[in-house]
Design a protein around this ligand. Sequence first.
Ligand code: ADE
Length: 233
Amino acid sequence: MKIDVVSIFPSYFDGLSLSLLGKARATGIVDLRIHDLRDWTGDRHRTVDDTPYGGGAGMVMKPEPWGLALDELASSSPSEAAGAPTIIFPSPAGEVFRQSTAREFAQREHLIIGCGRYEGIDERVFEYAATLGEVRLVSLGDYVLNGGEVAAMAMIEAVGRLIPGVVGNPASLVEESHEDGLLEYGSYTKPSVWRDRAVPDVLLSGNHGAIATWRREQQIERTRARRPDLLSD
Ligand code: ADE
């Protein structure tokens, strides 16, 4: 998979060289490239923003650098067969990013992620991007960040770990929160008693059927307590 990220703060993404995703980049499973939007500006000050038409607080990202960036990156498909890219704009005004969204994006060959700052990107950029690929405005949740970078990093990590070969043991992907619509059960390791707190007996029983039943009950119980919205969906 190829992922192109466009941002005015490329160094935000340094952390993606670490850990499992860093290894996947080094071995070529994930071709992640971070681009500076200012490289597509033409003026001495490398200007990316301007005042909003109609007035209002803050600045809006100008369309011209975004147009040039998208033209170049959309034509840099990882393969002949890849087809049009999926162009993602992190935005608090977008659809909510879920595990199902991560699974969907993990099937794509080419993702372009455009990180907005300030009051957002000129609306025409989204319309234009739709002529180059599938456009998705995606929100990390119902709160406002200073820009798309942190949301982009979260999405890259959630998508990246679903790509075959990124997570060493694929079984560990199956038994996680949200994979089956429920929160994950609690985990325990040695010692079996720690500060007067014992590991639940069933986990020491060796009875795999009983353990599976107990874990399922735990999942339902904690989902009901912490995230009842997941059960009513
Ligand atoms: N940019 C600012 N806030 C955001 C959010 N909640 N999700 C995605 N991108 C954002």
